[in-house]
Design a protein around this ligand. Structure first.
Ligand SMILES: *Cc1c(COP(=O)(O)O)cnc(C)c1O
Length: 367
C-alpha cells in the first residue's frame, strides 16, 4: 500500500469540475493581478476568520513581512517568537531589520510557552508573533494580557491554522493582525503561492493595502516604502472555490486524527498530539513524538508511507541566525521536539485502510 504524506491529486479530482471553468474565466479576462476576484476572496476570508477585513498578498511570508512593515517595526526593535516553527516566522522578523527573540515552547502542543514570555520582554520589544503550530492555536489570553500591559503588537502567524479556534475565536481574529498562507500544502492551498493578512483594525487595513503595492496611494504617489506583495487573480479565483470545501476538509482531518489517537492510545511509546479543551484544531499536521524517530521514519518510508520532520533544527540553531548569539541548550524543549517528532499523513482524502496500515506499521516498528 502507498500512503503519501499529502495527496493533492486526490483532492483535485474532487473539485476539478468546479475549478476548470473558473480558471478559464481568468484566462479569458487576461486580467492577472488583483481585481474583483481578489476583493471577493478578501471579503470571504475576513468573514470566515471573524475579522473586519483582509488584504490578499503574495505569500504567507509576505503577509508576515508586510504586517511588520505596516507597524513600522525594523532595526533596533525586538520581536518575540518561537524557535520551533517554519523558518518564515523568524526570517520575516529579521528581514525588517528587527531582532527575533526566541521563547521556548510547551512540550505537548509545541506552541510558545506563554509563561516564559514576560521574562523576554525588554524596552526594545515591539511585538509578539505567536505561531499556531500544526493547526492548533497558541494560548492567546496570556499573550494578549502581556501585550496590553507592555503595549506590544501581536501578529498571529496563522499560516497553519485557518479556521482553527481558541475559545470560539478564529485564528487571526484576536491579535493586531493575523497572517494566513495559501501555499499549496496548507489546509487552504492555492494554485501557487499566496497569503492574506486579516485584522479588526480599519486603519491598518488601509496601510496594508498601500504597503502591498509599494506604499502607493493614489496611483504613482507613495505614502511609504512597501513592496510588491500583491495576490494573483488566478490564486484568488481558485481559492474562492476551495474555501467552500474547507470546513469539510478540516472535519475530515479531525476525524482522521481521532482514528490515529484511538489506535495510538494502545501503543505506549507513541505520544499523540493533545488538543486543549478550549481549542479546535484543523490538523494542518498530525505530529507524534516517538523514540528512535529517524529509524521509524526510514522504516515507514520502506513501507510506502510518507512522513516529514517538522522541524529538524530549531531556528535559534540555524546558521543564518548565528549573529543572534544563541547556542544549543538555550531552548531544550524545542530542541527535544526537533529530535523526536514525526508528522504522519492526515489529509482529508486518506482512507481508513491507509490510517490502519500506517498506524499498524508504527506499532510493528515500536514493538
Ligand atoms: C507556511 C508557513 C509560513 C509561510 O507561508 P508561505 O506561504 O510558504 O510563504 C509562515 N509561517 C508558518 C508557521 C508556516 O507554516
Amino acid at each position: 500500500m502507498q500512503v503519501p504524506l499529502l495527496d493533492l491529486k486526490a483532492q483535485y479530482a474532487t473539485i476539478k469540475d468546479e475549478l476548470s471553468p473558473v480558471i478559464e474565466d481568468v484566462m479569458d479576462s487576461q486580467y492577472f493581478i488583483g481585481g474583483p476576484a481578489v476583493q471577493e476572496l478578501e471579503g470571504l476570508i475576513a468573514g470566515y476568520s471573524g475579522c473586519k477585513g483582509a488584504v490578499g498578498v503574495s505569500s504567507g511570508t509576505d503577509a508576515l513581512v508586510l504586517s511588520l512593515m505596516a507597524l513600522g517595526i525594523g532595526a533596533g526593535d525586538e520581536v518575540i517568537t518561537t524557535p520551533y516553527t517554519f523558518f518564515a516566522t523568524a526570517g520575516s522578523i529579521r528581514r525588517t531589520g528587527a531582532k527575533p527573540v526566541f521563547v521556548d515552547i510547551e512540550p505537548d502542543t509545541f506552541n510558545i510557552d506563554t509563561a516564559r514570555i514576560a521574562a523576554a520582554v525588554t524596552d526594545k520589544t515591539r511585538a509578539i508573533v505567536p505561531v499556531h503550530l500544526f493547526g492548533q492555536m497558541a494560548d492567546m489570553d496570556p499573550i494578549m494580557e502581556i501585550a496590553e500591559k507592555r503595549d506590544l503588537y501581536v501578529i498571529e502567524d496563522a499560516a497553519q491554522a485557518i479556521g482553527a479556534t481558541y475559545k470560539s475565536a478564529k485564528a487571526g481574529s484576536i491579535g493586531t493582525m493575523g497572517c494566513l498562507s495559501f501555499f499549496p500544502s496548507k489546509n487552504l492551498g492555492g494554485l501557487g503561492d499566496g497569503g492574506m493578512v486579516v485584522t479588526q483594525d480599519e486603519e491598518l487595513l488601509e496601510r496594508l493595502r498601500q504597503g502591498r503595492n509599494h506604499g502607493q496611494n493614489p496611483k504613482y504617489y507613495y505614502k511609504w516604502v512597501g513592496g510588491n506583495f500583491r495576490l494573483d487573480t488566478l490564486q484568488a479565483a481558485g481559492l474562492i472555490v476551495k474555501l467552500r470545501h474547507l470546513d469539510d476538509w478540516s472535519a475530515k482531518r479531525r476525524a482522521n486524527a481521532a482514528k490515529y489517537d484511538a489506535i495510538f492510545a494502545e501503543i505506549e511509546p507513541v505520544t499523540t498530539p493533545p488538543v486543549r479543551d478550549y481549542n479546535v484544531s484543523i490538523y494542518n499536521q498530525y505530529v507524534i513524538r516517538v523514540p528512535r524517530r529517524d529509524e521509524l521514519q526510514a522504516f515507514l518510508k520502506d513501507s510506502g508511507i510518507g512522513t516529514a520532520v517538522y522541524y529538524p533544527l530549531s531556528l535559534h540553531e540555524q546558521e543564518c541566525f548565528a549573529e543572534l548569539g544563541y547556542k544549543r541548550g538555550d531552548f531544550p524543549v524545542s530542541e527535544a521536539a526537533a529530535d523526536q517528532t514525526l508528522a504522519l499523513p492526515v489529509y482529508p482524502e486518506l482512507t481508513d485502510e491507509q490510517i490502519e496500515y500506517t498506524a499498524g506499521k508504527v506499532r510493528e516498528f515500536l514493538s
